[in-house]
Design a protein around this ligand. Structure first.
Ligand code: SAM
Length: 281
């Protein structure tokens, strides 16, 4: 058998050997081209001085690229036990630099296994991707333990993350992401890049954390304000934010916003100012 560039078997062989037929229920769309996974790994920046957290390594295509790019350590959380033998081979090949935790990433706290600086790099399972991103962006303290997030999403979700006011995709995820990170779409991948191909185009988003939020705001109040405003995005703010303050219209005006404006028109600075006005009760 011809080995891959990293001295391990090609991913197609790995999948055949370990009978890793993709399961839809686990959002399994695998990347089998190591050149492509290397490109994704490089979007995360210099890995040689970092630990990397990967959610959903699957047969290990991106994991191998992260290790080949020189990651100090990789901690990977994988729900599917069928993938463990293949990942054990990768770990052995890289002298134990890969630690695999089997389980649901939504239930596992991997931080005990990681040393700062940490970069998170994942081809996320689509069913839990947005939930994980929201959690990573909402830690109890800022700055968080991670330096950056380099994540594969459906293109539509990626567009929501980087959207600006006035666009249809502008919403909660845009505000949450852009308040405390620099978020950019860095790659686009057609369905054929995956095995099996998903129905939609995918995008890689890179979010680099800011040490300080872009504008002062309280995370709970900002999240509450944005959720209410976009919950009824076609309504004027004086209607959609009803219940958040008794003298609501005065507070909206004090934030420099017209009560007749709609959520879509308010930029990040505006939402931060508005949430601060609503908080001051
Ligand atoms: N990283 C691999 C690649 O790029 O080829 C696989 C990516 S595939 C889109 C998503 C992976 O996440 C699968 O291996 C799946 O088993 C795993 N997964 C799904 N739900 C998970 C969860 N809740 N926690 C951890 N892993 C999960």
């Amino acid at each position: 058998m011809t080995l891959s560039i990293d001295g391990l078997p090609p991913l197609r062989e790995v999948i055949n050997t370990h009978d890793l037929r993709a399961k839809k229920s686990l959002g399994q769309n695998f990347l089998l081209d190591l050149n492509l996974t290397a490109k994704i790994a490089r979007q995360a920046g210099n890995l040689t001085t970092c630990d990397v957290l990967e959610v959903g390594p699957g047969p290990g295509g991106l994991t191998r690229a992260l290790l080949l790019e020189g990651a100090r350590n990789v901690v990977a959380i994988e729900q599917d036990p069928r993938c463990l033998p293949a990942l054990a081979e990768v770990s052995e090949h890289y002298d134990g630099k890969l630690t695999v935790i089997q389980g649901d990433a939504l239930q596992i706290n991997p931080w005990d296994h990681l040393t700062a600086p940490v970069r998170i790099v994942s081809n996320l399972p689509y069913n839990v991707g947005t939930e994980l991103l929201t959690r990573w962006l909402s830690p109890p303290e800022w700055p968080p333990y991670w330096q950056s997030l380099t994540l594969m999403f459906q293109k539509e979700v990626a567009q929501r993350i980087v959207a600006k006011p006035g666009s249809k995709t502008y919403g909660r995820l845009s505000i949450l992401s852009q308040w405390r990170t620099d978020a950019r779409i860095v790659m686009e991948l057609p369905p054929e890049a995956f095995t099996p191909p998903p129905k939609v185009t995918s995008s890689v988003v890179h979010l680099e954390r800011l040490e300080e939020p872009r504008y002062p705001a309280d995370p709970v109040w900002l999240s509450r304000t944005v959720a209410k405003a976009f919950g009824q995005r076609r309504k004027m703010l004086r209607a959609s934010l009803k219940g958040l303050a008794p003298d609501l219209e005065d507070r909206i005006v004090a934030a420099g916003i017209k009560p007749t404006q709609r959520a879509e028109e308010i930029d990040l600075a505006g939402f931060c100012a508005l949430s601060e006005q609503l908080r001051a009760q």
